[in-house]
Design a protein around this ligand. Structure first.
Ligand SMILES: [Zn+2]
Length: 120
């Protein structure tokens, strides 16, 4: 339902997003839900969630490190998430989020991960 006009009629269309993380701009198009009456953005749990994940994924691809590279590195050495997180210097929960792609790794962890990938 629309917060502005209370209309229940909605539609989905592609919308251009510009996100900014750590001074870097991420631009992409993704579907969002709109009010048919006033064209205001309407909350849609699934679509809005996907937008957040896409933004993180694009940032990681361009400036950070991809979740698949983190997983591959850890599996290459048969390390548990517990042990691998200690090597990187983060807690296990953080590593799990990195591997799921739900957060952007902090700059320190990006540097450590990249140097591990490049040097071994
Ligand atoms: Zn509306």
């Amino acid at each position: 339902m629309c917060d502005i006009c209370n209309s229940k009629e909605t539609y989905v269309k592609d919308y251009e997003h510009i996100y900014e993380y750590k001074g870097k701009k991420i631009k992409f198009t993704a579907p969002r839900r709109f009010c048919s009456n006033c064209n205001n953005l309407v909350y849609d749990k699934e679509l809005d969630n996907a937008v957040g994940l896409k933004a993180i994924d694009l940032y990681n691809k361009k400036y950070g490190i991809l979740k698949t590279k983190i997983i591959n590195l850890r599996k290459k050495y048969n390390l548990s998430q517990e042990l691998f997180s200690k090597i990187i210097g983060c807690d296990k929960e953080t590593l799990i989020s990195y591997e799921k792609g739900t957060i952007i790794p902090n700059d320190n962890h990006i540097l450590i991960l990249k140097s591990l990938i490049e040097n071994i």
